[in-house]
Design a binder for this molecule. Structure first.
Ligand SMILES: Cc1ncc(COP(=O)(O)O)c(C=O)c1O
Length: 456
């Protein structure tokens, strides 16, 4: 294996992030889906790429001079990229953040030497306390300061045209058919879209938007509708302004995603793919789920995930935070979650050659209502109380009746990562349970009763 070169400073490690096939979460979607994992950047987000670009552009144009102060309004990630650049290049950094951003993001910026101003979220952009206005005021007050203003600074999208776009094209060997990403300043989507569409104009560009943001309506009608603006919880995407970095002509479709779906999918991406990602990643993935009817087996979809999950441990990865917002109910759980407590206990089964009386004895001993029937290590049938009751009514005696002569069809087998909503659909009046495959020779059972208890 060839080892990488030595780097002269942390900034040289920005970019060249991995693209990883997604396997489980999207197994019901025919297309090949790849994740561009931007948390591999040194600041743990895609924004490192544009932060260094804005600083270097300002140095070249003379807007940023030695010993200067960089002031930026940020949802946290741009601040982190700027912090890396400022540390290496010797500038002071001040970040303004809105108070809905996670505490982790603020603490991280402080840890990286930045001064942080926390501003109210629920004020208009032109209000003197908004995080835009505070940054702009500080820029006027502080001598030798530079305000990159990532929303209108076109170096933002140019950074993605120069690096993220070419990486995606090369990593997919030009086979990409769809690019999906969350949209905030618009830098990522517009820069990547420009590069990809120049290579192949047929590539579809889909942006994730939030409820409470102006993008989708503006894209479809060219009307800036203030009624579209209200507060929402998702971090990093959606806007109440039209940043110059959003090139609406390059974007084929905006899809709105709820705060809940974004949060739930973010957690699923961690558990199913091993991707520990930020909140906007779940929103970007939700776009694929909501648009899957447009995808075919020939499609190669790339979804870009902006940042790392460590910034959200007190939020989407915290059960209490999720429950308080009504985002967590057992419908979001998997089959494994339900059997987890007794997963170490063996599954009670009965052999097909055994007598019904043995089955009754097991039902009583384990206080259960149904048992899977096995033969030669395979599930061949099932027995439940109702079936035994029917046989008792029908026959004078059950003494010599074998299980194989009265059993019903085997219980359906589900994978341990199947969500409870789909497990529920497999239970009907003739099927009182499902068998969960935990490992190759390890199974457990979920009964109708377990589901009623979990989902009520
Ligand atoms: C977590 C997260 N997701 C998505 C975005 C949106 O990216 P862009 O500003 O390039 O549109 C940002 C931007 O700050 C972000 O921090």
């Amino acid at each position: 294996m060839a080892y990488r070169k030595l780097y002269n400073n942390i900034l040289e490690t920005i970019g060249d992030t991995p693209m990883v096939r997604m396997n489980k979460i999207c197994k019901h979607i025919p297309a090949q889906i790849y994740a561009k994992l931007e948390y591999f950047n040194p600041g743990h987000s895609v924004k490192d790429r544009m932060a260094i670009r804005m600083i270097e552009d300002a140095e070249k144009s003379g807007k940023l001079k030695p010993g200067g102060t960089v002031i930026e309004c940020t949802s946290g990630n741009t601040g982190m990229g700027l912090a890396l650049a400022c540390i290496v290049k010797g500038y002071k950094l001040i970040c303004t953040l809105s108070d809905k951003q996670s505490k982790e993001k603020m603490d991280i910026l402080r840890a990286m030497g930045a001064e942080v101003y926390v501003c109210p979220t629920n004020v208009a952009p032109d209000h003197p306390d908004s995080y835009y206005s505070v940054a702009s005021r500080l820029n006027k007050e502080i001598p030798n300061s530079f305000y990159p203003y990532q929303y209108d600074n076109l170096g933002n999208r140019e950074a993605h045209y120069d690096s993220t776009g070419p990486e995606i094209w090369e990593q997919t060997e030009g086979k990409i058919t769809h690019f999906v990403v969350g949209v905030g300043t618009g830098g990522t989507i517009s820069g990547v879209a420009k590069y990809l569409k120049e290579k192949n104009p047929n590539i579809k560009i889909w942006g994730a938007d939030t409820y409470g943001s102006v993008f989708k309506k503006y894209h479809e009608t060219r009307e800036f509708d203030v009624n579209e603006i209200y507060s929402y919880i998702t971090e990093g995407i959606g806007e109440d302004i039209l940043p110059k970095n959003v090139d609406f002509d390059l974007i084929d479709h905006f899809e709105k995603v709820t705060d809940k779906d974004g949060a739930v999918y973010t957690r699923e991406l961690a558990r199913k793919e091993g991707f520990f990602l930020g909140y906007s990643a779940g929103s970007a993935y939700a776009v694929i789920e909501q648009m899957k009817h447009e995808l075919t087996a020939d499609d190669v979809v790339v979804v870009l995930f902006h940042d790392h999950g460590s910034r959200y441990v007190g939020k989407v990865y915290n059960d209490d935070w999720m429950r308080d917002r009504g985002f967590l109910n057992d419908r979001n759980k998997t089959a494994l979650d339900l059997v987890n407590k007794h997963v170490d206990k063996p599954l009670v089964t009965i052999g097909s050659e055994e007598l019904v009386s043995s089955a009754i004895e097991k039902l009583k001993r384990y206080d259960i209502s149904q048992i899977p029937v096995v033969q030669d290590g395979k599930f061949v049938g099932s027995v439940d109380e109702r079936k035994i009751f029917d046989i008792m009514v029908e026959k004078n005696s059950i003494d010599h009746i074998k299980v194989k002569d009265m059993m019903a069809a085997p219980f359906p087998i589900v994978d341990s990562d199947e969500d409870l909503k789909s497990v529920l659909k497999r239970i009907d009046k003739n099927t009182s349970a499902v068998v969960v495959r935990i490992a190759d020779d390890q199974y457990h059972i979920i009964t109708r009763h377990d589901l009623i208890t979990a989902l009520s």
